[in-house]
Ligand binder design. Structure first.
Ligand code: ARG
Ligand code: ZN
Length: 884
């Protein structure tokens, strides 16, 4: 059942033109496809035509206008085979679909009253029989015929070329896309939609119409997406020299959507959660996500559409590169350090866990059963880190030359990761042979670093060993080519660097940073002229996606926190200090089963006090450094997760910080309240982040004053960031007064926002994340609430996803009831929406990280899922791989 990279063969037929006709009606949609087929010159003369297709009714198939008799073709659940066809011909295929019954949200489906499509990766085969593979690129013409009053807006890719009236209140439109594309980039939308319009003039002076389509009630939530789009268009011209190529660029917001968004040519389709934003309904994180996803999909127009993937093993070619592009864009639009820290946190918490678990795979996988399961953190985020390393190794100028060469050389083609790296090699003259192992070897490399200072010789010697643990794809690994950015930090700050035999590293001495290039299992680097014992600042800017171990003392970490010039390393030092201090408490809890009066390391308290007292520090940096390592990150670091100890230790430390720094929290809270109108810029976001961090600590005091602060902020704030932060404090409070306030607040919140699904999702999520005992019962009750709908992926993620991934103390119940609950939901979702079902399985697949009793309970739920009749490929792949 597995598909292998090494089995790739070019297709036997090409489809030069694709002419689609959709007749939309409530009971069924009829599709007529006319395909101009041509045999590949490399294919055998008598090669049969084998088309993909599933979940639809075949009405008729004709060759050059002659309908075929059933004995002239073979039809299975997934394939339509025509054993004998001419070398060049027209294939006509009529199919009938049931979009209203399509709960998989793949192919053509209905969301509320609108029709929409999701074809990546292999959804087009649910629309018509086709060569549904990305190396088959075709020129599409699409005609849509529908009832005029229900579906006044009819959209597809490219330019509108014709339209007309039909009988019985129907109308039709025709779209033509002049750019050849694979079927996964096809899109269709039909509905009663409103639009926000704007224009963008490209660098070469062409005016492009920009149009964001939404349901009427959401028209007031499109401004941020539009501004983000225009910024992204200008940025791609400036930074990558890429211009938009059609006369119109459209975005459509859809409430039922499996992923974030989709880059269909000229017609991006978005999850409402990634396009709608206004201060009253959307948090700061939501605003930033809209900006990032709008940019991401727009950037795909070049990195994905103009140059696409040869096959799905090349997925990171477009996704890794595009995530890197959108991350740099977001960094330029906001705070670069905050963006970097957020991305690294995600990678180290979730991608590292993925890479250490049963679904671990290389950035270029060698096999898969269901490609939908490979839209992963590894393909996206680690893939982006690999591109970032290339940029850092080559430097910005050479990297840009490589990118220009890649786009120029491969415009209009379906290519491979090798082609991308080759363009980088050709443009820079560098040999990237060893570097390419990042694409083919899975697992997170580990660097053991040792530093020795020789005061007499004024030398500091770093010894670096690299290794990589075994993963399902390979037991042993060859050495990676790893750029390790380092600096040395003295008593007063960064020291100038002089690296002996500088061919082993490239220095930018003025910035006190240099990049050591690791290529062997062990290497030594000597810095000369080091007049005082330094603390090394390692992996600056997170220069490579690795785990790095260095035996820092807590005083070393405090020096880095206050003196390092690299923002990432300053933050990371604060995390390492937090991990160490929480680690003490975890050990203690492990021994005694409680932490009642356990003191926390005073160094952490004083480090936080310094951060809070020093008004000269950048607020964004302070807000980041005050964030304690999350339970998820602490779990990732542990060999065996002690659920109760991690939770108790972190909560204990939070309480200790709340009490010890009570005055500071109060001062910082009030000092960062602001009367200014809401803005989603970096400065205002940092201010709110710091204020709400302070509120979180104040709330832990559980006294009348702090409760009143939360209640007032909840009632009076004019933006969702502040409302939700206050609500979370109330919901997680434990006093009787807090519980009463929480009940009232939740009711008021629902009452006010029940007609805004995205806000209701936040309401579900804040309750699902509540760490007070009884979480499972609360979540089960919410499954029955009218605000929940298991067919809507955003709601599933908000309620079930938040509970199972971000509320460990309630999900990992010793009884196994949390696991049973999740398996029950997966079994339901398997039939409705296999992609979402497979995704929800992740927490159970991490069973090896838990104690023997929990392992047994988790595995038995996986086994229960595995024997389900009609298990989808999606769920089968994840569950079977996690049990092997
Ligand atoms: N290409 C889209 C993006 O990253 C993701 C869509 C994938 N959809 C899916 N159902 N697998 O922007
Ligand atoms: Zn993408």
């Amino acid at each position: 059942r597995a598909i292998l990279l090494r089995d790739y063969r070019a297709p036997d037929y090409w489809i030069d033109k694709t002419d689609l006709h959709f007749s939309l009606a409530e009971e069924a949609t009829d599709v007529t496809a006319e395909l101009m087929l041509r045999r590949n010159a490399e294919a055998a003369a008598g090669a049969p035509l084998v088309l993909h297709g599933q979940d639809m009714e075949l009405i008729e198939v004709a060759v050059d206008g002659r309908p075929l008799a059933p004995r002239e073709y073979q039809l299975t659940d997934e394939l339509l085979t025509l054993p004998q066809v001419p070398a060049q011909f027209k294939l006509t295929c009529k199919t009938r679909l049931k979009p209203a019954q399509n709960t998989s949200l793949e192919g053509l489906y209905k969301s509320h009253s609108m029709y929409c499509t999701q074809c990546e990766a292999e959804g087009f085969r649910k629309i018509t029989y086709y060569l549904d593979r990305p190396d088959v690129m075709s020129e599409f013409t699409t005609t849509i015929d529908a009832d005029r009053s229900r579906y006044p807006v009819l959209l597809s890719n490219g330019n509108l070329v014709d339209r007309g009236e039909g009988d019985g209140g129907r109308h039709w439109v025709r779209w033509h896309d002049p750019f050849k594309k694979p079927a996964y980039l096809f899109a269709l939308v039909a509905g009663d939609l409103c639009a926000l319009d704007d224009t963008f003039t490209t660098r070469s002076g062409r005016e492009v119409t920009l149009r964001i389509f939404v349901e009427a009630k959401d028209l007031d939530k499109c401004d941020h997406a539009m501004a983000s789009l225009k910024n992204a268009m200008a940025w791609d011209e400036k930074v990558y020299g890429r211009e938009y190529d059609l006369d119109i660029f459209m975005i459509v917001a859809v409430d039922d959507f499996n992923m974030g968004a989709m880059e269909n040519k000229g017609l991006n389709i978005f999850n409402t959660s990634c396009v709608l934003a206004k201060p009253e309904t959307t948090t700061d994180a939501g605003f930033q996500r809209v900006e990032a996803v709008v940019a991401h999909e727009y950037f795909h127009n070049w990195s994905g559409n103009r140059v696409t993937c040869r096959d799905w093993f090349q997925l990171s070619l477009k996704e890794g590169f595009t995530v890197f592009r959108d991350a740099e864009f977001s960094a330029d639009m906001g705070s670069p350090t905050v963006k970097r820290v957020e991305d690294v946190s995600l990678l180290r918490t979730l991608q590292f866990a993925e890479d250490a678990g049963p679904m671990s795979h290389p950035v270029q996988p060698a096999s898969f059963i269901e490609i939908s399961n490979f839209y992963t953190l590894t393909i996206y985020e680690k893939g982006a880190e690999v591109v970032r390393m290339l940029r850092n190794l080559l430097g910005a100028a050479q990297f840009r030359r490589g990118s220009d060469l890649y786009f120029e050389r491969h415009d209009g083609q379906a290519v491979t990761i090798d082609d991308f790296v080759k363009a980088m090699e050709d443009a820079s003259g560098r040999d990237l042979g060893q570097f390419k192992r990042w694409y083919s070897q899975a697992g997170t490399p580990v660097l053991e670093v040792d530093g020795v200072y020789d005061a007499g010789r004024e030398e500091f010697t770093l010894t670096v060993s690299q290794s990589c643990p075994p993963t399902p794809d390979s037991e042993t690994k060859l050495a990676f080519h790893i750029p390790l950015a380092v600096g040395l930090v003295g008593e007063a700050g960064p020291l100038a660097l002089r690296l002996r035999g500088s061919d082993s590293g490239t220095g930018e001495a003025d910035q006190g940073s240099c990049v050591l290039e690791l290529t062997k299992p062990q290497q030594t680097f000597v810095f000369e002229g080091v007049a005082e014992k330094p603390v090394p600042s390692l992996l600056r800017g997170f220069s490579a996606p690795v785990k790095l171990h260095y035996d820092y003392s807590r005083d070393d970490l405090m020096r880095l926190m206050s003196r390092d010039s690299d923002g990432f390393c300053r933050w990371d030092a604060s995390q390492q200090l937090g991990v160490a201090v929480i680690g003490d408490l975890i050990d203690r809890y492990g021994k005694t089963g409680e932490l009642h009066r356990e003191p926390a390391d005073p160094r952490l308290l004083s480090a936080h006090r310094e951060l809070l007292d020093d008004d000269s520090l950048d607020r964004a940096m302070v807000a980041l450094m005050l964030r304690l390592p999350t339970e998820a990150y602490l779990s990732e670091l542990a060999d065996t997760v002690d659920v109760e100890a991690i939770h108790a230790a972190r909560q204990h430390l939070r309480k200790a910080l709340a009490l010890a720094l009570a005055e500071q929290w109060e001062r910082v809270y009030h000092g960062n309240c602001s009367d200014e109108a809401y803005r989603a810029d970096a400065g205002a976001i940092a201010r709110r982040s710091l204020k709400n961090t302070a509120l979180g600590y104040l709330a832990l005091r559980e006294d009348d004053n702090s409760l009143e602060l939360c209640r007032t902020q909840f009632e009076q704030a004019d933006n969702m960031t502040d409302v939700l932060a206050a609500l979370a404090c109330l919901v997680n409070g434990t006093s009787a007064a807090a519980t009463a306030a929480s009940t009232a607040a939740l009711a008021a919140f629902y009452q006010r926002w029940q007609h805004e699904p995205l806000v209701v999702n936040q309401w579900l999520s804040v309750q699902a994340g509540c760490v007070a005992p009884g979480g499972l019962a609360r979540v089960k009750a919410l499954l029955q609430h009218p605000g929940f709908d298991i067919k809507n992926p955003n709601k599933v993620r908000a309620l079930i996803g938040t509970f199972c991934n971000q509320n460990a103390i309630n999900f990992h119940l010793k009884s196994g009831a949390g696991y049973r609950f999740l398996a029950d939901q997966i079994i339901v979702l398997n039939r409705l929406n296999p992609q979402i079902a497979a995704r929800m399985t992740t927490p159970l697949t991490k069973w090896q990280k838990y104690d023997p009793q929990r392992q047994i309970l988790m595995k038995s739920e996986l086994e229960r899922i595995l024997i389900e009749p009609d298990l989808s490929k999606d769920v089968y792949e994840v569950v079977s791989k996690s049990l092997r």
